[in-house]
Design a protein around this ligand. Structure first.
Ligand code: NAP
Length: 320
């Protein structure tokens, strides 16, 4: 029987349970995909831990919380096994990237045709299954902070899933990128074209030393008080600071808040429009998806424990 992993209660990763379900049928306008790799993202454990913030009703489907318990797995890659009515251009056997989707922690998932992209031949399953959520978030954040050639942008949390995408995309756009990370991730950030600095006390001075020309924009993927305060201190124009996570006091600072919460910009159009370009860049090797660890699907709880530890260099992935 096909499997799906779901939380059966709110709590710690041990609430994740492997359930047996029947193989889904393709809906009209959609397909069934046999999942080969599903990306793991912090939203997945936040949804059942009780720590996730309020989500606007209109974004509940996108955040995977339409049912009584959250469905996990907002992105994946796999092979199309069935095509529903009114779908053109997709066939059984196609290797695809699927985003957005819900309940991808599974052997099979259904998805609307609008979420299907051909998987580039040279892109591995784990990379393909974990490209989109972080990639589209990074595009949105850089757009919101108006980052372009000639900018010096400060990336907080540069070695995380979203951070690694943003560093590469900002470098490709011609920006100078200062990225905060733990020391052991500095060589990786240098390799990607960024200038790494350690976070922690004295961060603002280290950034000034690394960027004597000044910092014109900041994107915060770390969500710490320090990241917020240093961004406010170093970036003159608050409209050029974008944050995807952080303390509630962010709301009073005039910076841009991105996400699904009240008063935040979900960026649905920007993120949807970014997908094809991300697939193309990943396919031709211009954008690397860095996979930290791939876990068997049944070990989703172990993947979440690794994610909760908070220092995985790159993506955690589940392989059915
Ligand atoms: N609003 C949205 O639309 C949206 C979308 C995606 C994600 N998010 C949120 O954004 C956050 C990041 O997501 P992610 O997928 O990139 O997570 P992730 O892959 O788990 O990365 C988190 C990174 O934060 C770094 N970090 C830990 N402590 C830090 C500190 N004190 N200062 C600076 N960096 C620190 C770690 O790097 P080191 O190993 O170098 O310490 C780690 O790699 C999560 O809270 C997630 O829920 C929001």
């Amino acid at each position: 029987m096909p499997r799906i992993v779901r939380p059966t209660a709110y709590g710690t990763p041990d609430v994740l349970t492997v359930l047996e379900v029947s193989t889904p049928r393709a809906p009209s306008g959609g397909v069934v995909v046999e999942v080969r790799a599903a990306g793991v993202n912090p939203i997945d454990w936040k949804l059942y831990s009780g720590t996730f913030h309020t989500v606007d009703d209109e974004h509940k489907d996108a955040a995977g919380i339409a049912g009584s318990m959250p469905s996990l797995g907002l992105e994946c890659a796999g092979v199309v096994t069935e095509v529903g009515a009114d779908v053109a251009g997709v066939q059984a056997g196609d290797e695809v990237i699927v985003y957005p989707v819900t309940a991808a922690y599974a052997d099979y998932v259904t998805a609307p045709a609008s979420s299907i992209f051909a998987k580039p031949v040279g892109l591995g399953w784990a990379e393909a299954g974990s490209l989109m959520l972080t990639g589209t978030t990074a595009v949105h954040a850089l757009r919101a902070a108006d980052v372009d050639a000639g900018d010096t942008v400060l990336v907080h949390g540069g070695a995380g899933g979203v951070g690694l995408m943003a560093v590469q995309l900002a470098v490709a756009a011609g920006a100078t990128v200062i990225a905060t990370a733990a020391e052991r991730n500095h060589p990786l950030l240098r390799e990607l074209g960024g200038v790494p600095v350690a976070y922690g006390p004295g961060l603002a001075d280290r950034v000034r030393a690394a960027a004597p020309q000044g910092v014109s924009a900041a994107v915060d993927f770390a969500g710490t008080d320090e990241a917020l305060d240093v961004s406010l201190e170093l970036v003159a124009d608050r409209a050029r600071i974008a944050s995807i996570t952080g303390p509630p006091r962010r709301a009073e600072t005039g910076i841009k808040l991105l996400g699904y919460g009240p008063g935040q910009d979900a960026g649905a159009e920007v993120r949807a429009a970014a997908r094809a370009g991300l697939v193309e860049r990943a396919g031709d090797g211009a954008l690397r998806v860095l996979v930290a660890t791939a876990f068997p699907l049944a070990d989703a709880a172990k993947a979440h424990e690794a994610g909760l530890a908070g220092h995985a260099p790159g993506k955690l992935v589940l392989i059915p």
